[in-house]
Design a binder for this molecule. Structure first.
Ligand code: EZ4
Ligand code: CO
Length: 405
């Protein structure tokens, strides 16, 4: 006899960043946790779940995970999009968590079991100039990381997204009623990138994996030039060189370079990125487990990608909660073409709300063997950190024109 879904609750909490947590409780009192966080649009997903999804799930069998996914996707006229898919993702994560807890097994065992012992992980390093960047990368290497994303300042600019000056910690979403505004200069960036990343490679030697993120700011001509100029750096990947929705334009970038390309943290379904995969315009697909409709849908994307020798390297910044990191790691442990997991890391308050059983050791992550996803949420702690408006900064060219995010 299946357990029924008894209650669906939404918790919004802000332990230094805003997180939306979905709590599903079954008739037997089993609790499953899902992540519904959508950076800068958190309350839209909270309302979608609270007002439209939650009431329709009460009374349904909690172990019919795929059918509930289809019900929320095919059964609704309005499909796709980040708000819808983050909401479906949260439900999916919570239901896999419940199934694992009910059976007493970690979720990766429900996905076919481990195909690897541990999952390569990368984190962020940031430095305004080469000496600062080297310090930051070396500090990450001292922590055990074998793969590091390197972001750097651009001469003539005051600020660059994802880059700090000095040793300040970096938390990209600023609190306030609207986004901060920054100035951007593509020619100056294109001049700086090969200089600083070549210098970094010379310093760190050949073994450390280096990654770099261009945050969708280039056109295909600029992107091709950048990717080609970075070939001597031997990047693990170059990320988000052009706006992600301009998929077929990636061919122009591809044709100019052998630098591996990664894109897709803004995609929400397989229908958003199937051409990119089947035409092999990327080496790595970056869809995040919660933003792409959960474990059930990420598995389908990766199964499709496996056919084309494209690998998964999911988004994992501090704006997806530890519940998503755990879910992604369960997928990663059980999915053969899963390459690497981004782990930006969290501020100290986040662990007061989320207690995660995944572990980091020697540059690799493991989801742990706790039943379900292995993350619990302290609701009393969550209540101490009410929602605050917070947004990523936007960037404009020197003449005031908006840049792509
Ligand atoms: O800009 O998480 O790869 N990581 C990134 C992040 C994203 C933010 C968006 O919410 O690109 O820094
Ligand atoms: Co990115």
């Amino acid at each position: 006899m299946s357990q029924l879904i008894d209650a669906v609750d939404v918790i919004v909490t802000s332990p230094s960043r805003n997180y939306v947590v979905l709590k599903i409780t079954t008739s037997d009192g089993v609790v499953g946790w899902g992540d519904a966080t959508l950076n800068g649009r958190e309350l839209a997903v909270a309302s979608y779940l609270r007002d439209h999804v939650g009431p329709t799930l009460v009374g349904k069998a909690a172990d019919r995970i795929e059918d509930i996914w289809q019900y929320l996707y095919r059964g609704v006229y309005w499909r796709r999009g980040p708000v819808t898919m983050a909401a479906i993702g949260a439900v999916d994560l919570a239901l896999w968590d419940i199934l694992g807890k009910t059976l007493g097994v970690p979720v990766h065992r429900l996905l076919g079991g481990a195909v690897r012992d541990r999952i390569l992980s990368y984190t962020h390093a940031t430095g305004w100039d080469l000496p600062e960047l080297i310090d930051s990368v070396e500090a990450r290497r001292d922590q055990g990381f074998r793969a590091v994303r390197a972001q750097f300042g651009v001469p003539g600019l005051d600020k660059v997204y994802g880059v700090t000056r000095g040793a300040a910690s970096y938390e990209p979403a600023g609190r306030g009623v609207g986004p901060a505004e920054e100035t951007w200069d593509t020619p100056a960036y294109l001049r700086q990138a090969p200089t600083i990343l070549t210098g970094l490679r010379e310093h760190v030697g050949p073994d450390l994996h280096l990654l770099h993120d261009a945050h969708h700011r280039l056109n295909p001509t600029e992107a091709g030039r950048l990717a080609r100029s970075l070939e001597p750096v031997d990047l693990y990947w170059l990320e988000d060189v052009i706006p992600a929705e301009n998929q077929h334009l990636l061919r122009a970038v591809r044709d100019k370079t052998t630098t591996p390309l990664a894109i897709g943290e803004v995609f929400n379904t397989i229908w958003d990125c199937h051409e990119l995969i089947s035409e092999r315009l990327v080496d790595y697909i970056r869809t995040a487990v919660s933003h792409v409709g959960g474990i059930s849908h990420l598995r389908k994307i990766l199964a499709f990608a496996e056919v084309y020798q494209v690998k998964g390297g999911p988004h994992g910044p501090s704006d997806v909660s530890p519940i998503s990191i755990a879910a992604s790691l369960h997928v990663g442990l059980a999915t053969t073409n899963f390459a690497i997991q981004e782990l930006m890391g969290y501020g100290p308050l986040v662990s007061e709300v989320f207690q995660a059983s995944y572990r980091f050791d020697d540059g690799y992550l493991h989801p742990g063997d706790a039943p379900g996803l292995g993350v619990t949420v302290d609701e009393q702690a969550a209540a101490r950190f009410p929602y605050e408006q917070a947004y990523l900064p936007i960037a404009r060219d020197r003449d005031g024109t908006m840049k792509d995010w």
